[in-house]
Design a protein around this ligand. Structure first.
Ligand SMILES: N[C@@H](CCC(=O)N[C@@H](CS)C(=O)NCC(=O)O)C(=O)O
Length: 219
């Protein structure tokens, strides 16, 4: 039975991006159906998703007769499909990697809704407020320390779900900073992620989509 990922508009759905990336990096075969989540069609499209998936949101993976909803569940399933290759093998390191995934899944910081995933694709970026800059630099310091302790190139050495979960936030936060001189590890980490063929494939498509404006982008 086929495996179908109901994904989202590529320059608007960071949750779909995470699930899609995990499946691709696990070398899992799947068909993709992109659900247009831009208003106004967003509402009718998501209503159709709600007919088979309780949250009525994307991403959703339909694997045979099983509906797997929520990006985190799909990412964990992708990891199992590749025999755990997307999480560290050592139990404590694995728990720590899951902390990063959970931190992101729980919202990471109040900066994320204000600098949405869509804003990464805006040709003109607004300046961050002092509070946003403070929050962003706090997150950068955590990434920098983690990269230092693992030795890189990814948060836990080899690529893991932690990198895939954090990538959309890393893109929007780094793209709003003038430079990353203070965070050489973060700079190398984002470059390593951006050079992966899976990431390139999603972003190439995302950059071809019409920009999705959000009214609350300007402070
Ligand atoms: N916790 C969910 C969040 C999914 C989510 O919010 N998806 C957005 C698109 S990126 C959506 O479909 N929103 C519709 C809604 O919330 O009604 C996940 O990780 O999959």
């Amino acid at each position: 039975m086929p495996r179908i990922l109901y994904s989202g508009t590529k320059n608007a759905s960071s949750w779909a991006f995470r699930a899609w990336l995990a499946l691709k990096e696990a070398n899992a075969e799947f068909e993709e159906i992109v659900v247009d989540i831009r208003p106004p069609q967003r509402f009718s499209n998501l209503k159709k998703i709600a007919e088979f998936s309780p949250p009525g949101a994307v991403p959703v993976l339909v694997d045979g007769a099983t509906v797997i909803f929520d990006s985190l569940a799909i990412m964990e399933y992708a990891n199992e499909l590749c025999d755990g290759a997307l999480l560290p093998q050592e139990v404590l390191t694995r728990a720590r990697a899951r902390s990063f995934v959970s931190w992101q899944h729980a919202g990471l910081s109040s900066i994320c809704p204000r600098l949405s995933f869509e804003s990464f694709f805006y040709p003109d970026k607004r300046a961050m407020s002092l509070d946003e800059r403070h929050q962003a630099t706090g997150i950068f310091s955590v990434w920098e320390q983690q990269l230092e302790s693992s030795g890189g190139p990814y948060l836990f050495g080899a690529l893991s779900l932690a990198d895939l979960a954090m990538l959309p936030s890393a893109l929007r936060l780094t793209s709003h900073m003038e430079d990353l001189k203070q965070w050489p590890g973060v700079s190398a980490w984002t470059a390593a992620l951006l050079s992966r063929s899976t990431v390139k494939e999603w972003l190439l498509d995302a950059k071809q989509q019409p920009v999705v404006p959000l009214g609350d982008y300007m402070p």
